[in-house]
Ligand binder design. Structure first.
Ligand SMILES: [Zn+2]
Length: 223
């Protein structure tokens, strides 16, 4: 516990968002296929670069029996025109020192120290935006333990949790509402940040692409 407290105290989160435009022109929005149109959209827009997505999927597929996971890093931003908060996940740090079992994953104190050191050394301009982990044969949700871990290590409104089920090729993001509430059963999609080739790399079967290039607030029919 001491180690964990030390890490949190020495954490130099950059809480001021970058002011920049949301990169919607380079993005494909993915929504859950069974999303309830009446359910509230999350207040945070989440962009994941194709490289980061592919890296997490590769890690997720590397062990189909045990949970694996790691942390996601990148930039916390605010749209310079509309003020909308968004994050861009563009770096993935697989956790090495974990205690893992088939239905349980935790980040040890050594993991925390290693990840913070790695971020400082290699990505000094990035912040931790959340974490990802797998649920082999269990589905996409946050367990009580997951929720506890999320609240304690990633308490900011702009920090998210990604769960991947590698057997079914499904996954989803857990994003807090404006009041801090976190629904452990309802996941969201994300914006895939494409590279110049503009070809999607997202293959999760529980998400569908949505045409949403010009107005992120407007619901449009799927393609
Ligand atoms: Zn879990």
């Amino acid at each position: 516990m001491n180690q964990i407290s030390r890490v949190r105290l020495s954490d130099k989160y950059q809480r001021q968002p970058h002011r920049t435009r949301m990169p919607l022109h380079r993005a494909v929005r993915w929504d859950p296929v069974d999303a309830d149109p009446e359910s509230p959209r999350p207040p945070l827009f989440v962009f994941i670069t194709q490289n980061a997505y592919v890296r997490m999927c590769a890690h997720a597929g590397s062990d189909l029996e045990n949970e694996v996971g790691g942390w996601m890093a990148g930039k916390y931003c605010r749209d310079s025109l509309h003020g909308t908060p968004f994050i861009v996940i563009d770096a993935v740090l697989p956790a090495v020192y974990t205690q893992q079992g088939a239905a349980h994953l935790t980040f040890t104190g050594d993991t925390q120290v290693a990840l913070h050191n790695h971020l400082d050394a290699h990505f000094p301009d990035k912040v931790f935006l959340g974490w990802y982990h797998t649920h082999p044969r269990m589905g996409v949700f946050l367990s009580q333990w997951d929720a506890w871990l999320h609240q304690n290590f990633f308490p900011e409104l702009w920090q998210v949790a990604l769960v991947i089920e590698p057997h079914q090729s499904i996954g989803g993001l857990f994003i807090r509402q404006e009041d801090g509430g976190l629904d452990q059963q309802t996941y969201f999609g994300f914006y895939e940040l494409t590279n110049r080739i503009q070809r999607s790399v997202v293959f999760w079967r529980n998400l569908r692409p949505v045409l949403d290039i010009t107005d992120p607030y407007k619901e449009v029919s799927s393609i």
